[in-house]
Design a binder for this molecule. Structure first.
Ligand code: OXD
Ligand code: MN
Length: 584
């Protein structure tokens, strides 16, 4: 296989001249090809077959122990003007970036095969979909990209028709953390990633293309590329609302996207469209519509069980690639909080010893195809996507942020999103549990200056009078003893129902300086064991503490200097004024 698209042929030749592989292989995405690669990786030990009776077509990959998460400190955006990437990104000049990467890629594929992976982000027939080609020397990347994207001959046909594509070059290199870099060249629509096989660094369609490069393209073209799940909520009366929610990495997007209504929520159905990324466009009526550019889930395994996420728990019993989980004596995958089985071997392949820490790596992952999800929405393949009623921001906050509140309007919603903070998780290397600002859950993924990004968000108010309402949620409030105040998981549907009621003008809310809070009686707590004090804490806000929070948001915003949109500053000033007045 090759291509009639000259620019693609030339780029592949140019990469081969630099990396000097033994052979070049164009992936067609077929089942036969997938089986060949899987069998070859089982022979080489890159994949270990799991128990094929209980986990048919499931495999385990053990990564290099130093290569288990995204590396934000090694991720750069390369632009002519440093200001364009903002203080939210690391910057390198395109010339320095190319020189650095050319040196790393020089001859790096000698003795290896170079795989050319054409892929499409989004349904193949969607006007909103965008394509890319990833060149890699990792067969693990090939089989994962086949799950995560529409990959192979059909994607190549679309690329040939479009005539353009994002260029992604990847090599696992020596897996030496000192020689690991993830660079983005947005003006050239190019990504170069060296020295890591970890999904977020190596499956270039995902974070690198569908968020960092796409956010750049989206700004130029008037749309949004966001770190958001997309979920459909169907009421017992048959009315379906679609909601897109931005939560930071490993804060429960997959669980919410696959939520199973608890018994108390009789008649409700939940449909998954996406669990990580949403591309949002305004249609000709000013309605915001979303597509999920991905075709699979790269989900966090620990914590997945029949109670927290039964859909995912069932989904990953077949056709799944596990990375860095433990195994039982029966060769089944095992992870913390699986609630069944016991580990025999840990994620490093050692006999399990509790003294060595968790059996599965806290950021161990599953890669599974979206079509195997029992609640996969039929509209996930719709070329025009789904209409979005509400956008929801959230973070993991032990304190302060109430269970839910609504922004007063779009401009206030942008401020709410810009002020999101969350405790860090194992999805990225570095300390875990530290509260940091993660605006719109895009801190690791916005491919340009946040100040310009907020300006872009604000500009939507001029383009439509029909924008989704904006909310903020926090499932993670704790009492002074560290107990969660809210049960979370399926019960979160109760909060989503309030959000829908607000969108449908069915309930009033309490106006406060932070936004609109639910009236206690408007959140359904039937059959929920939750005491009055907890409910009060969840549905109210301490204005003194919030004032301190908003001061800290203000300091953060001012770190963007003169580029900060005046409108956002004004919105912040208004909220501060309201808080001062409320304090008397
Ligand atoms: C992910 C992440 O893998 O956000 O989705 O890190
Ligand atoms: Mn993510």
């Amino acid at each position: 296989m090759t291509t009639k698209l000259q620019s693609l042929r030339e780029w592949v030749e140019q990469v081969a001249d630099l990396t000097r592989p033994d052979q070049i292989y164009w992936c067609d995405g077929s089942e036969a090809e997938n089986q060949r690669f899987t069998a070859a990786m089982c022979d080489s030990g890159d994949l270990l077959p799991l128990n094929q009776e209980t986990y048919p077509n499931c495999y385990l990959h053990r990564s290099d122990p130093s290569d288990v998460a995204r590396v934000e400190h090694l991720t750069f955006i390369c632009t002519d003007d440093e200001e364009d990437v903002g203080p939210n990104n690391l910057w390198m000049s395109p010339a320095d970036g190319h020189a650095k990467m050319d040196a790393l890629f020089d001859g790096c594929m000698q003795g290896r095969t170079m795989y050319v992976i054409p892929y499409c982000m989004g349904p193949l027939d969607s006007p909103y979909a965008r394509c890319g080609v990833e060149i890699t020397d990792s067969p693990y990347v090939v089989v994962n990209m086949r799950i995560m994207t529409r990959m192979g001959a059909s994607a190549l046909a679309r690329i040939e028709q479009d005539g353009n594509f994002v260029k992604g070059l990847h090599s696992t290199g020596e897996l030496d953390p000192e020689r690991r870099f993830i660079l983005h060249f947005p003006a050239e629509l190019e990504i170069q990633s060296y020295g890591s096989g970890y999904g977020g660094n190596a499956l270039l369609g995902k974070k690198c293309h569908a968020l960092r490069i796409a956010s750049w393209q989206a700004r130029q073209e008037g749309w949004l590329a966001e770190h958001m799940l997309i979920v459909g909520l169907e009421s017992p009366e048959g009315e379906t609302h679609y909601v897109a929610c931005a939560f930071p990495s490993a804060c429960g997007k997959t669980n919410l996207a696959m939520l199973i209504p608890p018994e108390s929520q009789q008649g409700w159905k939940v449909w998954t469209l996406g669990d990580d990324i949403a591309w949002l466009h305004l249609d000709e009526n000013g309605q915001m519509r979303a597509i999920n550019p991905e075709a699979g889930y790269f989900g966090v395994v620990p914590g997945t069980n029949a109670k927290t996420n039964k859909n995912a728990f069932d989904l990953i019993t077949r056709d799944t690639i596990f990375t860095n989980v433990a195994t039982t004596a029966d060769n089944e995958p095992w992870w913390e909080d699986k609630k069944e089985g016991t580990p025999a071997t840990d994620w490093l392949g050692r006999p399990f010893d509790a003294g060595n820490g968790p059996a599965a790596h806290p950021n161990s992952r599953f890669t599974a195809s979206a079509v195997n999800n029992p609640c996969y929405s039929s509209l996930a393949e719709a070329p025009d996507g789904v209409p979005i009623s509400a956008l929801v921001f959230g973070g993991r906050r032990k304190e302060l942020a109430p269970l839910v509140y609504e922004a007063k309007n779009w401009r206030h919603g942008v401020l709410v999103g810009a002020g999101v903070a969350s405790e860090t998780t194992a999805a990225a290397t570095g300390a875990v549990g530290v509260v940091r600002r993660d605006p719109m859950a895009m801190k690791p993924f916005c491919g340009y200056n946040f100040a310009d990004y907020w300006n872009h968000w604000l500009s939507f108010a001029e383009r439509s009078e029909n924008l989704p309402r904006i909310f903020h949620v926090n499932w993670f409030r704790q009492d002074s003893e560290g107990n969660f105040l809210w049960p979370g998981f399926g019960e979160n549907l109760r909060v989503l129902r309030w959000i829908i009621d607000r969108c449908e003008h069915r309930v009033d809310a309490i106006e406060t300086p932070i936004g609109l809070l639910p009236k206690k009686d408007n959140i359904d707590i039937v059959d929920l064991e939750i005491d009055e004090a907890a409910l009060h804490a969840l549905l109210s806000v301490n204005l003194e503490q919030w004032k301190a929070e908003m001061e800290s948001v203000g300091e953060y915003l001012s770190s963007f200097g003169a580029r900060l949109p005046v409108e956002l500053q004004l919105e912040h000033d208004e909220v501060m004024q309201a808080l001062r007045e409320a304090a008397g």
